[in-house]
Design a protein around this ligand. Structure first.
Ligand code: GAP
Length: 448
């Protein structure tokens, strides 16, 4: 089990999951059929939040840099890719079965699991437990391509997006103006038949990864590895994770994946303890060499007086693990004027809705007209909501729960002098500002 440390904040996984369901961030998948283990569907605000996280990742890696290009490769690749990459042989977890309760556990995570007959005990601790010896269980989902379901048509749903990048190395260097050091970044779905999923979004069987392979001259790999650990750490902190909830931990020799010469995890202190948020690996030239050997294609950099197979630094994270960390960090409960409120203190750039426009009296035609005008103006450049139903306090609470940083209220005074109230989600301060300056002011705050 991960080392126990104090999570500073009101969040528990259960509370965050309940809010996510209540407020249309995340729904259990296939719910009306009893669900499907560790599969989730994203509701309206979940889609917006996921998109914001992906956009921030793309912004920092692609838009704000000149040395990283984008890619979107296929999910089902030629199966030889996974033989060459080592996934067919080695992408497995050690598993034990219990002959008594028929449950299956990860041998290396028994201390995080519960006995099927006596859930208060770990597997193997109850007198009736009868565990098999550990054996390797490959995590890749298999499928078949074409009309025949035989060995020749067997294919895999990709377990990582990285291999799609390696097999496109030659396409990219011959079509884009790139030379090492440079990166190829990709966001897309990956699939793993995880045996011990759980803890809400933390370990899913189908999840989007955000991965970047950064190709460097072999002698520079260690330096770039340190560089990317720092860059990625700063990204999480800039978007609001508390420094006390984030740390970097280098993998020990036994922990290293089959392809890695060095990996450091950026860990987050989830309410369940310290866990991997993002991995930053030095993959050396393992993958390119494997694909050179298996495909016979030269995957190398040829410069004026040099020729080499680049080494690769890879920051890899999933959207859900990032989203779960942001949600846990942002979740807060407090009592304001004797009334409890739940609030998501998300960074404004991550917040699904940036501004809510609320006429104080929903039945006042003049207020409604002004409010709708402001809403139409705002939503041309940011995600905004209009709401005239229920008492104003209730409308504020709803926006607090979905993390909307700014609420704009149209009242009598607006009609008289053209000003509106801007309410800050976190401080609850209300300032009076001119209606015509609202869009610019919020756009500037989002850019800050
Ligand atoms: N290409 C390297 C790679 O895939 P990994 O450590 O297996 O490395 C990278 O995965 C990241 O993907 C992890 O740091 C984590 O953020 C995320 N991830 C891995 N398995 C996941 C799962 N079952 N559910 C959600 N996210 C997962």
């Amino acid at each position: 089990m991960s080392e126990l440390a104090e999570f500073e904040g009101a969040a528990t996984i259960e509370k965050v999951a309940a809010l996510c369901r209540r407020r249309a961030f995340v729904f259990p998948s296939s719910d009306i059929y009893g669900g499907l283990g560790s599969s989730f569907d994203f509701g309206h605000y979940g889609v917006l939040l996921n998109d914001n996280v992906k956009n921030e990742w793309r912004r920092s890696l692609i838009q704000e840099r000149e040395d990283v290009v984008a890619l979107d490769s296929a999910i089902i690749l030629n199966p030889q890719v996974w033989v060459a990459s080592g996934h067919v042989d080695t992408f497995s977890d050690p598993l034990v079965d219990c002959r008594t309760c028929k449950l299956r556990f990860r041998a290396d995570k028994l201390e995080d699991s519960h006995c099927g007959r006596r859930p208060s005990k770990r597997p193997g601790e109850f007198s009736e437990c009868d565990l098999t010896e550990p054996r390797a269980f490959n995590l890749m989902f298999e499928t078949h391509v074409g009309a025949l379901a035989d060995d020749a048509s067997r294919a895999y749903l990709r377990p990582e997006t990285a291999q799609g990048i390696f097999i496109n190395f030659k396409n990219v260097i011959s079509s884009m103006r790139v030379k090492p050091p440079f990166g190829i970044a990709q966001i897309g779905k990956s699939f793993r038949n995880e045996i011990t999923p759980g803890n809400f979004l933390f370990r899913m069987r189908e999840f989007e990864q955000m991965e970047m392979e950064f190709f460097v001259p072999p002698g520079d790999a260690a330096e770039w590895h340190a560089y990317w650990i720092e860059q990625r750490l700063n990204w999480h902190l800039r978007l609001g994770l508390r420094p006390s909830h984030v740390r970097v931990r280098a993998h020990t020799g036994e922990e290293l994946s089959h392809y890695s010469t060095a990996t450091s995890d950026i860990e987050y202190l989830y309410p369940i303890g310290w866990q991997e948020l993002e991995g930053v690996a030095n993959r050396g030239d393992y993958d390119l060499q494997q694909h050179i050997a298996a495909s016979g294609t030269k995957l190398e950099w040829v410069g004026q007086d040099e020729r080499y197979v680049p080494h690769v630094i890879e920051p890899a994270i999933s959207v859900v693990r990032s989203v779960l960390a942001f949600l846990c960090d942002a979740y807060d409960e407090e009592v304001v004027a004797d009334r409890p409120r739940t609030v998501l203190r998300l960074h404004p750039r991550l917040a699904p809705v940036k501004a809510a426009v609320l006429p104080l009296i929903g039945k006042d035609t003049a207020m409604v007209e002004k409010a709708r005008g402001l809403y139409e103006e705002l939503r041309r450049s940011m995600s905004a909501e209009y709401d005239d139903a229920a008492a104003i306090g209730k409308r504020y609470r709803r926006q607090d729960e979905i993390g909307t940083p700014w609420a704009l209220t149209i009242d009598e005074q607006t009609l008289a002098d053209g000003t509106v109230t801007l309410r800050d989600r976190d401080t609850l301060e209300q300032e009076r500002i001119p209606l015509e300056g609202v869009r610019r002011l919020l756009a500037d705050r989002l850019d800050a």
